[in-house]
Write a protein that binds this ligand. Structure first.
Ligand code: MN
Length: 499
């Protein structure tokens, strides 16, 4: 691919200076990789070009695109980081260096300490600059697209790493588009049998139900017109194979219990129209009880916003309907990159002016804190799994600050997340104004208030099993090890652990 073709594939108008930068990076990378081939037999340069185009698809920012073009230069060519620094400056060189370091992370075995150590380095590098991880994700996505040319054993390792590390990171950054593709491609290689089964099941079910979806799409459009609700479009979306596979595990493999297999998406210009659409839909189609989720008022931790509801059609088939604005839709696809784009001031045409929630980078801070606190790699891995890969809840402090906690979190977790020492002074807790026990499981949207005592309270071993966050657990563990009250507690904890 030549530079003109490359540029024409990016849907963004760059200034002359920006174009000149991109051209220099393009030519430099082409020269550096000259003569190198990929396993597919293609010229190596096609890989950084493809990765740069993937990245530009969600974030057309010239410096990041230039760094993506250059991302394999220091590792694989005779040109070093210093040459990149001389040619392109400190900022681009730092991004490229970060990507090179991330490239050394290898998932060998999830119990392997070397891997865990590397994983830590990866997160340290990442938390310095999220752009590095965006480049690495684009790089990985292109590698996944061309994985068939790689030896089988290596395919498996890369796909496992993608499923365990990269897809969850894409998800955490809210980049739905990338997460979906990474998951489905990796799933196919790591669990080929399960993939084939799930795909077949999905296709069979769709065949039976897609007629109903089309009919409902038409009906929905009529309902909205009748009720005078303005909307941009209604589209259908089909659940991804990996996402269905995971959900089937939670629903006894019973596909009839999965209501969001096919969903309709109503896209509007303004938030008010989302609520108007919800009202109109419920007026004409019977909703299932307890299935309305307002992620506009309470977004998911990765910034996802939408209203979900599940309704019966005239023939008592069940469908999910997702309602969101153009801007929310773009954020669901591009995640953190969309926040960036808005910060630059380029809103999609027709989008309403609304305040964009600050990019949620709290998880990065959390990871950094975790680094400082955990010295045992196995603990780190467990912490990572618990906090990183499970669903999160949003709770509020009495002042209205939002706290991001894992599902199943208790007031203990909340207290330690508010202030490192609040947990040690916690006498009791109120949820939505009512006193609760410390083992109470907090739910999204709860207002949690910690009742503080004047003196530090005596913390028992039980707290450890009630806390869900590694932050709280580490502090409790540390406290307990410094306040050993004899062999009894140690024995008790050993018994618990062996259960
Ligand atoms: Mn690469």
């Amino acid at each position: 691919m030549n530079f003109t073709d490359f540029l024409s594939k990016i849907q963004h108008k760059f200034s002359d200076a920006e174009q000149a930068l991109l051209k220099r990076a393009f030519d430099f990378a082409a020269k550096a990789h000259q003569g190198q081939k990929r396993f597919s037999g293609q010229d190596y340069i096609e890989h950084p070009i493809a990765a740069a185009l993937i990245l530009a698809g969600i974030l057309p920012e010239p410096k990041i695109i230039a760094a993506t073009l250059l991302h394999d230069v220091p590792e694989d060519t005779k040109f070093g980081l210093n040459e990149i620094k001389k040619e392109f400056g400190e900022e681009i060189a730092t991004l490229v260096d970060g990507v090179t370091k991330l490239g050394r992370v290898r998932l060998r075995n999830s119990r392997d300490k070397y891997y865990v150590e590397n994983l830590r380095k990866m997160f340290v590098a990442t938390s310095k600059d999220i752009r590095v991880i965006l480049i690495k994700l684009a790089d990985r996505l292109h590698n996944m697209r061309t994985l068939e040319f790689v030896k089988e054993a290596k395919q498996k390792r890369i796909a496992e790493e993608t499923l365990e590390i990269f897809a969850p990171i894409a998800s955490r950054l809210g980049i739905g588009e990338w997460k979906d593709e990474l998951e489905d491609r990796a799933f196919q290689i790591v669990y080929p049998k399960e993939y084939a089964q799930t795909k077949k099941l999905l296709e069979q079910t769709l065949e039976q139900r897609s007629h109903g979806l089309k009919r409902l799409q038409k009906e929905l459009s009529e309902i909205l017109h009748t009720e005078g609700v303005k909307f941009e479009e209604i589209s259908g979306r089909i659940k991804r194979v990996y996402s269905l596979y995971k959900k089937l595990q939670r629903y006894d493999q019973d596909i009839t219990k999965i209501y969001d297999l096919m969903a309709l998406r109503v896209i509007t210009k303004a938030t008010a129209e989302c609520y108007a659409a919800l009202g109109a839909i419920h007026k004409h189609l019977q909703p299932l009880p307890d299935r309305v989720k307002d992620y506009i008022a309470l977004p998911k931790p990765n910034g996802y916003r939408s209203i979900h509801t599940t309704v019966f059609d005239a023939e008592k088939n069940i469908f999910e309907i997702q309602i969101r604005t153009i801007q929310m839709h773009e954020q669901a696809e591009k995640g953190i990159a969309a926040h960036w784009a808005y910060a630059e001031g380029s809103k999609p045409a027709g989008a309403e002016k609304e305040s964009v929630p600050a990019a949620n980078l709290k998880w990065v801070e959390d990871l950094q804190k975790m680094q400082e606190q955990l010295h045992n790699p196995e603990d780190f891995l467990n912490a990572l799994r618990i906090d990183f890969f499970q669903d999160r809840i949003f709770v509020l402090t009495p002042k209205g600050d939002v706290k991001d906690l894992p599902e199943g979190a208790t007031p203990i977790d909340f207290a330690f997340s508010v202030h490192s020492d609040l947990g040690f002074f916690m006498q009791g807790a109120k949820v939505n104004g009512k006193m609760v026990k410390i083992e109470h499981k907090i739910k999204s949207g709860d207002v949690v208030e910690i009742i503080k005592s004047k003196k530090p309270v005596k913390i028992s071993q039980d707290w450890l099993s009630l806390a869900r966050t590694s932050n709280a657990r580490n502090k409790i563990r540390h406290y307990l090890s410094e306040n050993q009250t004899g062999i009894f507690n140690t024995l008790k904890s050993l018994i618990k652990r062996s259960k």
